[in-house]
Ligand binder design. Structure first.
Ligand SMILES: O=C(O)C(=O)c1ccccc1S
Ligand SMILES: [Mn+2]
Length: 258
């Protein structure tokens, strides 16, 4: 039998499988989640040059990096939320590596997301399933909003009462986890939850139900408009940080070309 990895390498070489980068560049101006002022805050991204072929290092260029775990395009592990705090293998350094490669279902909510407070519901997902088939267990569900096309303040979309960005409602997150057994939920926005998700019941339902079931989140994704509704395979391997709750990472999609 042909080694399936040989087939994959051949398909990559011939262009039969395209690799798409779903990652936003991690920069000093990468936005971080804004929580109510009484809570701790993520550190801003710092890229501190150590040397660049100069007196501090004549033949080499390197930097010190300083950033919060939940910055830029990043991965949420179950330990990140209280509902997942006591689960086994719930940190980025212990979660099963087999979960780092998985298929994706992409739900296009780009039109609806003209309303920054749009919430994805079960009805939206059932309408998607009527066209594309049932969401397979252990799949990523990626909510395409085209929010990654926004720049600066329009991306964070902060108002006096916090961020206004689209996301899932509580019922759909419970349903995706309990009835479809998804591996995780991914968004283009700064959180897997809607910007006003703290006012839903339970608060931040994507975090609540995903991590309570030992499932994962991906945030600040890009280029979801380049993915088909089904058929893509996602590579998402967070940094192996001791007892980490999440990490910035490179997220890649393998897409079969017709
Ligand atoms: O996981 C995140 O980046 C995120 O959205 C978040 C981080 C910390 C506290 C609350 C939230 S809601
Ligand atoms: Mn996060």
């Amino acid at each position: 039998m042909t080694n399936p990895l040989t087939l994959l390498v051949s398909a990559l070489g011939s262009g039969a499988v395209e690799v798409v980068d779903l990652t936003q560049t991690l920069r000093e101006d990468s936005p971080t989640i804004v929580l109510p002022p009484e809570f701790g805050a993520s550190a801003p991204v710092r890229i501190e040059r150590i040397s660049r072929y100069d007196a501090n290092g004549p033949a080499w260029y390197w930097n010190n990096l300083n950033f919060g775990e939940h910055t830029g395009t990043h991965f949420d592990a179950p330990v990140h939320w209280f509902t997942g705090r006591d689960l086994p293998l719930n940190t980025v350094d212990t979660l099963p590596v087999a979960d780092m490669i998985a298929p994706a279902c992409v739900i296009d909510c780009s039109a609806e997301s003209a309303d920054p407070d749009f919430l994805l519901t079960i009805a939206h997902v059932e309408a998607w399933e009527a066209k594309h088939g049932r969401i397979p267990a252990r799949s990523w569900v990626l909510m395409r909003t085209d929010w990654s096309k926004r720049q600066g303040a329009a991306y964070a979309n902060l108002r006096d009462d916090g961020a206004h960005t689209p996301g899932p409602d509580a019922a759909v997150m419970r349903w995706l986890v309990d009835e479809r057994g998804i591996l995780g939920f991914g968004t283009e926005t700064i959180g897997t939850d809607a910007g006003q998700g703290g006012h839903l019941t339970p608060p931040y339902p994507a975090h609540h139900y995903l991590h309570g079931a030992g499932r994962y989140g991906l945030q600040c994704l890009a280029a979801l408009d380049r993915l088909p509704p089904t058929g893509a395979v996602i590579l998402a391997a967070p940094l192996k940080v001791h007892e980490g709750s999440g990490s910035p990472l490179r997220v890649l999609a393998l897409i079969p070309k017709e």
